[in-house]
Unconditional design. Structure first.
Length: 584
């Protein structure tokens, strides 16, 4: 005999006894008392053993509550669904707990889809979710920096940019501070919270900048460390051929020396006389060791047919060529440059221009000048734009190399205007775009490593290790991927600067502390989960299952019934024999 049957017999017996006693009495409301006693017995029984109702249940879908899920989101799936809560989630005790998504899926082997509710799946659970239909009900993002884009490595001496977005900080500002705490850039936040700042990497080495969010009252709201690694670039090999000296060449040569560019030049002064820096020989062997050739229209006109053929062959094999317009272009030179895909014609255009505003440009660049030419071509790409959107330099691919036409006449005025970093960055980016591609294997580093979170490395040597801030070394378990790349995972246990040692190379990277830039980490988790999300309309797992009805309506009904019975019994005066006096 089960407990429900025993309780039913006890309640039935109590109800029968109460009805018998009430039936023998001569008080008022006898029928009402009998009905209430029977109803109370039934309600108490169903309160202890509530009846079940059939509810729609999707056995193929699992609701996964993640950190950040609101109480309303958690309560909405407490009944009629398979629900699990991952660590760090605030949920009622009735919801099943799971240490990770993999464990939850093993407990529910029929699951084909998951509905992620809250902040999103942490990195450890992303692989377990692949192959399943994923729906994501995201929680609102937290207040602070939620998007951040910054280079991991920058060339020493160049200007670098950082951009991002701040959530829920309208009317505020953001500052970029150098390792000493000095403000190097500042800007008001846009209406949507976006921002762009810039700074110059003056020296090679590891530097820890910081982004500070300031609200509209002037109070700091968040500090987010920003690691920047400046490296000495591999010396680019440039050959400069010019028909006459000019200020542009003077500043270009000075920048090349400061930037470590291996510059070889030949600048004609008069017939048979030229300024030479190195051995500027146009041979197949020399061009094979050169990354970029810069040549103007006057120097091109003096080249013989064999030299031009060597340049064309080298271009098809990967050399970069910059055709610099320093004055009127002769018709025969323009015809020969048309073989490279450019049509250069004299044009009556406004010669005073300003460069297009970009991060890192001063509030007002000095007025520059462009040559009075119009350049067109097939499959061309802008290399440098004026403020009105018109190009002042174009490039296109030719064979395995790239060739550009440059008709900005006096970019050196940027240096004269007090912004030598802008001048250097302009030419560095231009030559890097056009230069011969170099296939140098570099490790694939984690972009935003964090303590106790998995970080992945690839392109590793077999003896690669990680040096931690306390000088301890951690050996990596390297596995070859299908593409033949050596990859390894690393779980950092300490915040701060680490060093990956792979072969003869050393690569720095910084690990964030667990409580550092929390809003950014939450946004990254949500974005990674959203990438997995997709719609799956299948309902093959939908079925009906019995679910106990809620007890609170039964409790209220039983309480009300017993209260009415108590009131009726309390209002009954006991009958006394004639002549008897009530007891005091």
């Amino acid at each position: 005999m089960n407990s429900a049957l025993i309780v039913a017999f006890v309640l039935a017996g109590a109800a029968v006894l109460g009805v018998w006693r009430t039936a023998r009495a001569t008080n008022a409301h006898k029928t009402l008392r009998i009905l209430l006693q029977a109803a109370a017995a039934v309600l108490v029984y169903f309160l202890l053993f509530p009846p079940s109702t059939d509810e729609r249940f999707d056995s193929a879908t699992l609701v996964v509550l993640t950190p950040g899920a609101s109480s309303d989101q958690s309560a909405g799936f407490a009944r009629g669904s398979a629900v699990v809560a991952l660590p760090g989630t605030t949920a009622s005790s009735s919801i099943e707990r799971a240490p990770d998504l993999g464990t939850a899926l093993r407990r529910h082997p029929d699951v084909e889809r998951i509905k992620v509710v809250g902040g999103g799946l942490p990195a450890r659970d992303l692989d377990a979710a692949r192959g399943l239909g994923v729906e994501f009900d995201a929680a609102p993002l937290g207040r602070g920096i939620v998007e951040l884009s910054a280079p991991s490595f920058v060339p020493a001496g160049s200007v670098w940019n950082v951009s991002g977005r701040v959530e829920d900080e309208s009317g505020g500002r953001i500052e970029l501070r150098d390792p000493a705490g000095a403000v190097v850039a500042s800007a008001p936040l846009a209406a949507d919270g976006t921002f762009t700042l810039s700074a110059q990497a003056r020296h090679a080495g590891d530097a820890l900048f910081a982004l500070r969010v300031i609200d509209q009252t002037g109070k700091p709201r968040e500090d987010a460390p920003l690691p920047i690694i400046a490296r000495e670039g591999v010396g680019m090999r440039v050959l400069l051929l010019a028909g006459a000296p000019d200020p542009e060449l003077k500043y270009l040569r000075r920048w090349a020396v400061d930037a470590g560019v291996q510059l070889t030049s030949r600048i004609a002064v008069s017939d048979g006389i030229a300024l030479r820096d190195g051995t500027a020989m146009l041979t197949a062997e020399t061009l094979a060791q050169t990354d970029v050739v810069i040549v103007d229209e006057r120097a091109w006109k003096t080249l013989d047919a064999s030299a031009k053929a060597l340049l064309t062959d080298a271009l098809h094999e990967g050399l970069g060529i910059v055709l610099r317009v320093s004055g009127p272009v002769p018709d025969d030179v323009a015809a020969q440059w048309q073989d490279f895909g450019f049509r250069v014609e004299a044009s009556d255009v406004a010669q005073n221009v300003a460069l297009q505003r970009t991060a890192g440009t001063q509030e007002s660049d000095p007025s520059l000048s462009r040559r009075a030419v119009a350049v067109e071509g097939a499959d061309v790409t802008p290399l440098l734009l004026a403020s009105d959107g018109s190009p002042v330099a174009l490039w296109r691919a030719e064979g395995q190399g790239r060739v550009a036409v440059w008709w900005l006449g006096d970019s050196y005025r940027l240096s004269l205007g007090g912004d030598p970093g802008r001048f250097g960055t302009l030419w560095s980016e231009a030559l890097t775009t056009i230069a011969r591609a170099r296939a140098r294997e570099q490790p694939r580093m984690p972009m935003d490593a964090r303590v106790n979170e998995r970080s992945a490395f690839c392109n590793l040597a077999e003896d690669a290790i990680v040096e931690q801030p306390d000088a301890t070394r951690v050996a990596l378990s390297i596995e070859k991927s299908d593409a033949g790349l050596g990859c390894a995972a690393f779980w950092p246990g300490q915040p701060g600067w680490h060093t990956l040692v792979s072969g003869n190379d050393r690569w720095s990277f910084r690990v964030r502390a667990p409580d550092e830039a929390k809003a950014l980490m939450a946004a990254q988790t949500a974005a990674a989960t959203a990438l997995l999300a997709g719609h799956d309309g299948s309902e093959s797992g939908v079925s009906m299952r019995p679910v106990p009805m809620p007890r609170w309506p039964l409790f209220l009904a039983a309480l009300l019934t017993l209260a009415v019975l108590w009131w009726l019994e309390r209002g009954r005066e006991p009958e006394l024999p004639r002549g008897a006096m009530p007891r005091a």
